[in-house]
Ligand binder design. Structure first.
Ligand code: ADP
Length: 319
């Protein structure tokens, strides 16, 4: 293998730049040429491809977002779109591709693999919802952003003796809600993986009140319902007044944490190694702090699992 490509696709995540840097530097270290494909699969179809040098990825390890930009591309979901992509890859002499992105981006990598083009998926999304890895690049940074917000909201919640509802991202996964809620000492955490019981929530809030608790924080994962809808429901069920904070896209931005930078560097470099070993159609990940890789089709057939022991613990600690 002489030349590989790298792209970022779908929702951006802090640490994607660190992963791009790792792919480029690791590739060049092993005498490969590395081509950057801009704007995800859309740029692939349209040939927005440029050679990246050592210096092209200088000064980006600490930056959020992605220097290769990201995009959503409906055309790439079609066979014709994928064929156009493969033609561009061939035209540019690219023999293997690293795709950094989430669930949808992995589907694109799988499609290329099925058509015979070697691809390796690197999990980059704040949602932590990719099977085949315990952690995705960007999750830890998003978590710390949410935690910072919880801590700040707790200050005002406690001054005004209020109940706050904080809506967090995560799509269909409850990981951001669970981890930030546990780390932030939230009283209640609503996750899409489990139905909530309004009576139980009200009872817990009332019990807290009775023992003189000054404030409560409820974390609602976007995959459950919106924070505002839940506030209305809670008011109807209990007459408890709340304030709602929807954190939104701040969760996607910011300088990646040390943990995300290290993870991105390890996973990006491993993806290059796999391509050099002639192993396409793989998805890289981390399990028990060891790098792992799985067949991308098999990985995508599995479901990401939430840590229910941690969920149980969060309930035990917030009585
Ligand atoms: P994420 O990667 O963050 O989950 P999306 O779900 O929007 O983001 O997917 C990103 C892009 O991946 C899509 O815009 C599309 O170009 C490509 N993609 C998604 N699903 C498929 C699919 N089934 N086949 C081929 N490409 C896909």
């Amino acid at each position: 293998m002489k030349r590989i490509g790298v792209l970022t696709s779908g929702g951006d995540a802090p640490g994607m730049n660190a992963a791009i840097r790792a792919v480029v530097r690791k590739g060049i270290y092993h005498n490969l040429e590395v081509m950057g494909i801009y704007n995800g699969y859309s740029g692939l179809i349209n040939g927005k491809i440029e050679k990246l040098e050592l210096g092209s990825v200088g000064d980006i390890i600490h930056r959020g977002g992605t220097m290769l930009h990201s995009a959503r591309c409906e055309e790439f979901k079609t066979k014709e779109g994928q064929q156009k992509g493969i033609e561009q890859l061939k035209k540019h002499g690219i023999e293997g591709l690293v795709v950094i992105g989430g669930d949808g981006s992995y589907q694109g990598a799988k499609a290329l693999t099925v058509q015979g083009f070697p691809c390796v998926g690197v999990p980059g999304t704040i949602d932590n919802d990719i099977p085949g890895t315990e952690f995705t690049i960007g999750f830890d940074t998003a978590l710390n952003t949410v935690l910072d917000a919880i801590d700040k909201i707790r200050d005002t919640a406690s001054s005004h003796e209020r109940t706050f509802i904080i809506e967090v991202m995560g799509r269909d996964a409850g990981d951001i809600a669970l981890w930030s809620g546990l780390a932030g000492g939230a009283e209640t955490i609503l996750i899409p993986e489990e139905n909530y019981d309004m009576n139980d929530i009200v009872e817990r809030l009332n019990k807290g009140n009775e023992r003189g608790k000054k404030h409560s924080i409820i974390i609602v994962a976007e995959g459950v319902t919106s924070g505002n809808k839940f506030a209305e429901e809670l008011k109807e069920a209990s007459n408890i007044e709340t304030r709602v904070s929807v954190l939104g896209h701040i969760q996607r931005g910011g300088s990646p944490t040390a943990s995300d930078r290290v993870l991105a560097s390890r996973l990006g470099a491993r993806a290059v190694e796999l391509l050099m070993e002639g192993k396409g159609g793989r998805a890289v990940g981390i399990e028990k702090n060891q790098l792992v890789d799985y067949d991308i089709i098999e990985a995508l057939s599995r479901k990401h699992e939430l840590n229910f022991d941690m969920y149980k613990l969060s309930k035990e600690l917030s009585i």
